[in-house]
Design a protein around this ligand. Structure first.
Ligand code: SPV
Ligand code: MG
Length: 305
């Protein structure tokens, strides 16, 4: 099965997984290394998330970084990994024309899908305590989806439309109406976001949604929800958006506290991956082998004795 997936473009790969699996499991990453670790641990795809990437740049998740900065990270992941990358593109970095430019860039880089959300620019992270998120009108967001659809070349490249109505305190009716309008405009999947501590509103949305495209969720706040519960409400994709970032933060903080007060660095050895495992991750031995092959070729050509 995995060999079959590896012969496809990453967008085709993602669609095939959505068709063939009861639920697609996606994990967030913030750079090529964390993306590679997500791949090694057999997730279906990688979420190149704006919260995590903003954090690694030391800035708020508030439309501070430019498209190019987010793009560089997502395209590094795509170069490094053999599973699909889903790029969190916030509000699309502007109006419909900016979205068209963005789709061309991301598609050309081999990224499988982009996700855009219906908040106003500059956006704020959806889970901010007491955060308020204004939405653009349904018509304005439909225009962005139409533009995205028009800009993509490969029919399999996915446009994920993220509905922020529930995050913004709007009604379930509004969320459903927007989701249906976004699908009609050409969205290939609907991400319904919630900041509730339980999954009730997500389940209500998924049960009432009349569209045909897959429903995607990010259960950061309703973290006790089980995979089989999501499946039973026909939710087709789950994104664990920021656990790798938060784990990296916690383990570095713990390590640094110990290291600062230690007489020698061996005190933290039990908290470190080996050099060997990092060499493996960065394919260090592959380039060594390639260089040996190159030397053999140069010998054959008489450049080396
Ligand atoms: C992200 O991971 O960047 C997201 C999900 O967009 S959230 O942080 O919940 O807004
Ligand atoms: Mg984000």
């Amino acid at each position: 099965m995995e060999l079959f997936f590896s012969l496809l473009s990453q967008s085709e790969n993602l669609r095939k997984k959505l068709d063939s699996k009861s639920i697609v499991k996606v994990c967030g990453a913030f750079d090529a290394m964390s993306a590679k670790l997500v791949e090694i641990n057999n997730f279906d795809a990688i979420w190149s998330g704006s919260f995590a990437i903003s954090s690694t740049h030391g800035v708020p998740d508030a439309s501070i970084l430019t498209m190019t900065e987010f793009f560089d990270v997502a395209s590094n992941m795509a170069q490094t990994c053999d599973i699909p990358i889903i790029a969190d593109c916030d509000t699309g970095y502007g109006g419909p024309s900016n979205v068209m430019h963005m789709v061309k860039k991301y598609e050309n880089a081999g990224i499988a899908a982009v996700c855009i959300e219906d908040k106003t620019f500059p956006k704020r992270n959806s889970l901010l305590k007491d955060g308020s998120n204004e939405l653009i009108s349904e018509k304005e967001f439909v225009a962005k989806i139409l533009a995205a659809k028009d800009a993509k070349k490969n029919k399999d490249f996915m446009i994920i439309a993220r509905v922020e109505s529930l995050i913004s305190g709007l009604s379930m009716e509004t969320a459903l109406k927007r989701a249906e309008a976004y699908e009609d405009a050409g969205a290939d999947a609907i991400l319904i976001h919630s900041k509730q501590k339980n999954p009730d509103e997500i389940f209500e949305f998924a049960d009432s949604f009349k569209g045909n495209c897959p429903v995607v969720v990010i259960p950061t706040t309703y973290d006790t929800v089980k995979i089989n519960e999501l499946e039973s409400h026909n939710i087709k994709m789950v994104i664990y958006a920021n656990q790798t970032l938060r784990a990296a933060h916690k383990s570095m903080m713990n390590l640094l506290k110990i290291l600062k007060n230690s007489e020698n660095i061996s005190s933290v050895n039990d908290k470190l991956s080996s050099m060997e495992s990092i060499f493996e991750l960065q394919s260090m031995y592959e380039i060594e082998n390639k260089e040996k092959e190159l030397e053999e070729k140069l010998k054959k050509l008489g450049y080396i004795n």
